[in-house]
Design a protein around this ligand. Structure first.
Ligand code: CA
Length: 222
């Protein structure tokens, strides 16, 4: 399990590194916000410890940027100030939890375990491809962080495509999933709804995610 520490206090980094390694986590470090953001976008960490006051880019902005790019790696903010305002801003920016400096290693481990546990139970409710995210629990779809309102049919079609992203899904399978197994198409319903869905999901975006697979049906892929 890999943890990224984004923190500019070298002393604290050393302590964290040693503590985490003793618990068999593998550790990567970034000493400023820009580098941290780059690393978090490129690699797949299990968790990020993110300081707020950082050179080049502060922790709030790093957190926000990651969430905008649909990177949902659990984040624990490290705050020296611990004011309510900081905590609220951190959680608003998409952090999972926060720790007020100075903290004990046992407190740190407890928080890490809690966040990872919480993540595990919600993870299966979230499916995504690129910056398109479906939160099944909230029944919400976002692209690049912006909520896209969908009709129930559109939602069902997207759910099917997203749950099998990268695969070509036959027209029949899509129709059965959205309208039921006994439904007979009379007015080209599938194409009509896919067209609506495309408009909402891809619209004027450069990167289209919904693709027509000739002779088969549709696929959702990057
Ligand atoms: Ca700092």
């Amino acid at each position: 399990m890999a943890i990224l520490i984004i923190e500019d206090e070298k002393k604290l980094v050393d302590i964290l590194k040693r503590a985490l390694k003793s618990e068999r986590y593998s550790v990567d470090v970034a000493y400023d916000g820009e580098t941290g953001l780059e690393k978090a976008m490129k690699n797949n960490y299990s968790l990020i410890l993110l300081d707020i006051m950082l050179p080049k880019r502060d922790g709030f902005s790093v957190c926000k940027e990651l969430r905008t790019h649909a990177i949902h790696t659990p984040i624990i903010m490290l705050t020296a100030r611990g004011s309510t305002e900081d905590r609220v801003t951190g959680l608003d920016a998409g952090a999972d939890d926060y720790l007020i400096k100075p903290f004990s290693t046992s407190e740190l481990f407890a928080r890490i375990r809690a966040v990872l546990r919480r993540r595990k139970t919600t993870e299966s409710n979230i499916i995504k491809i690129g910056n398109l995210v479906m939160d099944k629990k909230k029944h919400e779809v976002t692209r690049a962080g912006i909520t896209i309102p969908l009709t129930p049919k559109e939602y069902k079609l997207l759910d099917m495509l997203l749950s099998n992203s990268g695969e070509a899904i036959s027209r029949q399978r899509l129709i059965e999933h959205a309208w039921g197994p006994t439904f007979k198409e009379t007015n080209n319903e599938l194409n009509v709804h896919i067209r609506y869905l495309r408009k909402k999901i891809d619209g004027k975006k450069d990167k289209h995610l919904i693709h027509t697979i000739r002779g088969v049906g549709f696929a959702l892929k990057e």
